[in-house]
Design a binder for this molecule. Structure first.
Ligand SMILES: [Zn+2]
Length: 380
């Protein structure tokens, strides 16, 4: 048994002082300091730091030079280890629109990685795959490869169905709408890279779609005579991903989005690509060259291409640019994404019985220490 003392422990949506958090691979209890007998194999002194649940990124392509589309367990290792520096303890390995053999190679690598007990415990846990494309709309492809876009087809992921947790999909393609209806109880469909009308997007929600992918980006916008997918995101009781880097969406939108979606439906993501965590320069993203300069990732034609955002910085941006307060922002990167992808029984909050995924943050939300399933995987 290990113990965390002197932290501001995030429990029941509040920071509490005077508590001790006891854990091994899972969280055992949070008790009052004066009820504790002082017994522990190891005592971690948080020295006044915030102690929060590990962050969960449901949309991330790469980090530290590696990308899921490399189709290699080595790349997944680089991501899983590196992301702990950002307080991330779980993520969905996110694929891109490329030829089907490349997508299947990426799925195979994730399968091999997650089935290997030793690999799987190296850092942040890969809790599944987010398939971003190829079932999207070429007119809203963003940085996805247009020539590899195809109508929805279960054969693309055959054999890996249990691994795939989220599928980004454009419902205005008739085959895609039928696919949502057929498989809504097996996958989380996230409406994205789409020019669906409000009516079509809302129809997709009726058929079982549960989310929108990077709200506002690569989707039909909100207009007063054309509510678009953004209108659907605001009006329907579905989840919405947000890239809170202040580049993809203006920082003044954050408060408005929060008011409309609330803490239980808004999910902070990074959509980070391999150049995240690396010096600025030129990098490959799903077979296309991306130039990273001044914190922006752009294709040669100037289209925004993923981000170099770190999830702890997303939490900071969202906190700094709203009146909500950190206590209400924490769930956007923890319990809400956990609930969305169905891992809330073991992730997303510091409750007894859940995995000991724990992060120490300083007052500027810089990560001081990251514990993943009970082991310290990162510390400054
Ligand atoms: Zn993406």
């Amino acid at each position: 048994m290990k113990a965390i003392i002197n932290g501001q422990i995030y429990t029941d949506n509040h920071f509490c002082e005077g508590k001790v958090l006891l854990f091994d691979q899972t969280i055992k209890a949070i008790i009052d300091k004066n009820e504790w007998d002082g017994q522990a194999d190891q005592i971690l002194d948080a020295a006044g730091a915030y102690v929060v649940p590990g962050f969960i990124d449901v949309h991330i392509h790469g980090f530290n030079g590696a990308d899921v589309m490399d189709g290699k367990t080595e790349s997944l290792t680089t991501m899983a280890k590196g992301l702990t520096a950002n307080g991330v303890t779980s993520f969905l390995a996110t694929t891109m629109t490329m030829g089907v053999p490349y997508i299947r190679a990426a799925l195979e690598a994730v399968k091999n990685y997650t089935e290997d007990e030793q690999l799987a415990r190296q850092g942040a846990e890969i809790v599944g795959v987010h398939l971003e494309g190829p079932f999207i709309n070429i007119n809203k492809k963003g940085a996805q490869r247009g020539e590899d876009i195809i109508p929805a087809d279960i054969n693309v992921i055959a054999g890996y169905e249990d691994l795939v947790k989220v599928i980004t999909i454009a419902p205005e393609v008739p085959e895609n709408m039928a696919f949502i209806e057929k498989y809504a109880d097996r996958f989380n469909f996230s409406i994205g890279h789409t020019e669906a009308t409000y009516e079509v997007a809302s129809e997709a929600v009726k058929k079982g779609a549960r989310s929108v992918t990077h709200l506002f980006n690569a989707m039909s916008p909100l207009e007063h005579r054309f509510p678009g997918v953004v209108g659907t995101a605001f009006l329907e009781d579905i989840y919405a991903e947000l890239i809170a880097d202040t580049i993809h969406v203006h920082k003044k939108m954050f408060e408005m989005i929060y008011k409309l979606k609330g803490a239980n439906r808004l999910i902070l993501i990074t959509d980070a690509m391999r150049g995240a965590g690396m010096p600025e320069g030129r990098y490959d993203l799903g077979g296309q060259e991306v130039i990273i300069k001044d914190g922006r990732c752009l294709l040669i034609d100037g289209v925004l291409a993923g981000s170099v955002l770190k999830l702890n910085d997303a939490v900071r941006h969202f906190t700094e640019n709203t009146t909500i307060g950190l206590e209400k922002v924490i769930p956007l990167a923890t319990l809400t994404p956990a609930t969305y992808i169905g891992v809330q029984d073991r992730k997303g909050s510091l409750d007894a019985g859940k995995d000991a995924d724990i992060v120490f943050l300083d007052k500027d939300l810089k990560v001081l220490k990251t514990i993943a399933r009970g082991d310290v995987k990162y510390e400054v």
